[in-house]
Ligand binder design. Structure first.
Ligand SMILES: *Cc1c(COP(=O)(O)O)cnc(C)c1O
Length: 383
């Protein structure tokens, strides 16, 4: 059996260190708002090249708190519009609606699965105040045009970087580049166990270069308080535990090597999977796996598409290969958003992706034999 993601194997690679760290935190008697969180925040800020990192409870809260802080700062007002890709994981949208802001769903590009930036400008209205870009599946979503557009229309750019920690975006023709999560005005991170940097429970973070935003996010995650029992805002309780911060600080040191291993697996998949009608992630972008462009993808998920996806998934399951679908029901077709009244067919590209996508096994500890077995099973599919 080849698991879609073997979390036990992922953490077994660091088991001794994780157990030692857990014992240290247990023995310390200090479990929240302590030194370990501060150290992790500083290390993550250095890793990203950004001024502030604020540890929060999870990725959804990271995005909720960014928007809530912009509301407190008067940058956003209730009812303002936030442009967001229609095919994102629902958490991006929940963060927007939870703050009584209006998500404006824009279709993704069918080749990158990321927000189609060329469609954004036409959707801007006088109430549009922000764009939430999602680096979906681990692939950086950014462009010079997006930056220029945001400047022209005075839009904040919020990054949902839950899936792409470590990805680097460089403008065409430029060397170097910047990490996702340090590209926009603020970014939300998730350290859900299955993410590329995973805690052993829930955790998340906000990254920003904006001093005031960082301060308000920190207060909002702590009951709206900067000083104990003095409440400036109506906040929430959403903080990083010391034990998770300590685990994350250790695992952060391995995230670049883990991402590189994911790239190697992705390269192997792309080079050797040969199946009629199957669309590989580099199908329309032959340089995607070649340095320096390769840095722009950290392969949180390896997503292929096939017109007979359900049959392919069943075939792989029969051969002992676990796969997943990210995501089978797009947000606009969820019951939670039935009041939008958006019928089937209203976002055809998003729906096409939902109906044909399949995520193959992908985690840094996959053995060459496991990778090879996945490839052989895919190539053996006869629809
Ligand atoms: C995982 C994820 C989130 C939410 O993070 P949690 O830590 O699970 O709350 C948000 N957006 C995207 C794109 C995600 O993949």
């Amino acid at each position: 059996m080849i698991k879609f993601l073997d979390l036990q194997a992922v953490n077994a690679a660091h088991a001794e260190d994780l157990k030692r760290i857990a014992a240290e935190v247990i023995d310390s008697g200090w479990y929240l708002l302590g030194e370990r969180t501060k150290i992790f925040e500083r290390h993550l800020a250095e890793f990203l090249g950004v001024r502030h990192v604020v540890g929060v409870g999870n990725g959804l809260d990271a995005l909720r708190l960014i928007l809530k802080a912009y509301l407190e700062l008067g940058v956003l007002a209730e009812g303002d519009e936030v442009i967001v890709p229609a095919n994102t994981y629902i958490a991006s949208i929940l963060a927007i609606t939870d703050n009584r802001l209006k998500p404006v769903l824009v279709e993704p590009n069918i080749h990158t699965y990321n927000l189609d930036i060329s469609l954004v400008e036409a959707r801007i209205t006088p109430r549009t105040k922000a764009v939430m870009v999602v680096h979906l599946y681990g692939r950086a979503c950014w462009s010079r045009e997006l930056e220029a557009m945001a400047r022209r229309h005075r839009l904040k750019i919020i990054e949902d970087n839950a899936q792409a920690i470590g990805a680097v975006y460089a403008n065409p023709g430029e060397s170097g580049g910047r990490k996702t999560g340090a590209l926009g005005d603020a970014a939300g991170f998730s350290f859900y166990p299955g993410k590329n940097l995973g805690a052993l429970g829930d955790s998340g973070a906000v990254a920003t270069g904006d001093d005031r935003l960082a301060e308000v996010v920190r207060a909002l995650g702590n009951y709206g308080s900067r000083e104990k029992y003095v409440n400036d805002y109506r906040g929430l309780n959403s903080r990083t535990d010391e034990i998770q911060a300590a685990f994350l600080d250790l695992k952060l040191r391995h995230v670049e090597a883990d991402n590189q291993r994911r790239r190697d697996i992705a390269a192997e998949y792309c080079a050797r999977i040969r199946l009629r009608d199957l669309i590989l992630p580099n199908a329309h972008d032959p340089d995607l796996l070649t340095p320096p462009r390769a840095q722009s993808h950290v392969w949180h998920l390896f997503v292929v598409r096939h017109p007979r996806r359900d049959l392919l998934q069943r075939h792989l399951a029969d051969q002992g290969v676990q796969t997943m679908i990210h995501y089978p029901i797009p947000p606009h077709l969820q019951k939670a958003y039935a009041t939008w009244g958006l019928p089937k067919g209203s976002l055809p590209i998003t729906e096409e992706i939902a109906n044909t996508c399949l995520s193959l096994p992908m985690w840094p500890g996959m053995t060459p034999e496991q990778v090879d077995a996945v490839i052989r099973c895919v190539n053996g599919f006869q629809p």
